[in-house]
Ligand binder design. Structure first.
Ligand code: OGA
Ligand code: NI
Length: 353
């Protein structure tokens, strides 16, 4: 099945970067329930930091660090990694090329805009009705792996290095993700081969590059509605120094302030299902800054679409399986059939509510 059918499509919406230039913000961007929640967001607790260097050598593995990784996956669903091995030049280059792309005149960006029936390109996602509230962002979505899914029509050619930069960055990210899968298997006590099976042959990798323009009424809009990610594991890189990612923790919104050079990792719905709920796919959202734009790149990893999602046998306790057995394809179809709405898709496959 083509990636487009799998990942759904979206109605066309106005370009937000252009809208942000005017004082008039259309009603459709005002969300009724942003304000109070975002006020309660600041918390001094730090997002767990995992030092990958301490975990790379199987002989010398730092057990304590591994425990911290496991508890981050169970209690936070989010953590940041340092010493991840992706060279600084690669990170700087992708940040740079993303910034350059969004600085281009609208006409040039629109050369790769989404076309009806395709999810890739420059535009938006999850917009299914003309009444639906909209997110304050423009995004660029591209399928990266397997490489035969790539549709080069949507890959920017300006800046001229963009394609190579993205290729290099995402291939390094895929290696980090495989390494994390191995470590998670160790933490969970599941067969590493089995864990890597979800990744090794034909894993899907997709990027979503987010541009969040500033907004004069920032406290009334959201850059990205509350959601959990559908995939197994997400790697997020903030491309500039503006913060805006919040995760829901103990009923409050918690603002993520990554360490310089760190990558943010989060557990997605598919991983929650595979681990029979041990690891948590946590709700998160992006808020908007009044003065400054914000840029990020999320890289999503998903097992092949015909993989049947059922919890690893080692993790099925006396209470049995907690989720309906479903293929990746069916789960993703469910996820993309509606607007983004918290953890609705995941709730719909829970066997006990
Ligand atoms: C996403 C996401 C957060 C951010 O793209 O799924 O959650 O900070 N992004 O841009
Ligand atoms: Ni997300």
């Amino acid at each position: 099945m083509s990636n487009s059918l799998l990942l759904g499509r979206s109605l066309p919406v106005p370009n937000v970067q252009e809208l942000a230039r005017s004082d008039q913000i259309p009603e459709r961007y005002f969300k009724p329930d942003v304000d109070a929640a975002s006020m309660a967001s600041i918390d001094d607790d730090e997002l767990p930091v995992i030092d990958l260097m301490k975990l790379l050598d199987p002989e010398l593995i730092d057990r304590e660090e591994l425990l911290r990784l496991g508890s981050a996956c169970k209690e936070w669903g989010f953590f940041q990694i340092i010493n991840h091995g992706i060279p600084e030049e690669v990170i700087e280059k992708i940040k740079d090329d993303i910034k350059k792309f969004f600085k281009l005149p609208l006409k040039e960006k629109e050369a790769i805009k989404q076309i009806p029936g395709h999810f890739e390109g420059y535009g938006q996602m999850f917009v299914h009705s003309e009444e639906q509230k909209l997110d304050w962002a423009d995004i660029l979505i591209l399928a990266i792996q397997p490489s035969q899914h790539r549709d080069m029509r949507f890959w920017p050619t300006n800046p001229s290095t963009f394609r190579d930069t993205l290729e290099t960055y995402t291939s390094k990210v895929a290696k980090v993700v495989d390494c994390l899968y191995g470590l998670m298997a160790k933490d969970l006590g599941v067969d590493t081969e089995e864990m890597l099976n979800i990744s090794s042959s034909g894993q899907l990798q997709t990027v979503r590059i987010n541009f969040y323009p500033p907004c004069k009424q920032a406290s009334k809009v959201l850059g990205l509605s509350p959601h959990s990610d559908a995939n197994a594991l997400t790697v997020l890189l903030q491309a500039n120094d503006v913060q805006g990612l919040q995760i829901r923790k103990n009923g409050k919104w918690f603002l993520i302030k990554p360490k310089p050079g760190a990558l943010i990792i989060n557990i997605g719905d598919v991983m929650e299902i595979l681990t029979n709920g041990r690891y948590k796919s946590v709700e998160h959202r992006a808020i908007i800054n009044m003065e400054e734009e914000r840029l990020s790149i999320a890289t999503f990893h998903l097992p092949r679409d015909d993989v049947v999602l059922r919890p690893f046998p080692e993790l099925i306790g006396s209470d049995g399986e907690l989720y309906k057995v479903i293929t990746v394809k069916e789960y993703i179809r469910e996820f993309f059939s509606e607007k983004l709405n918290g953890k609705n898709a995941l709730e719909s496959v829970k066997l006990r509510k």
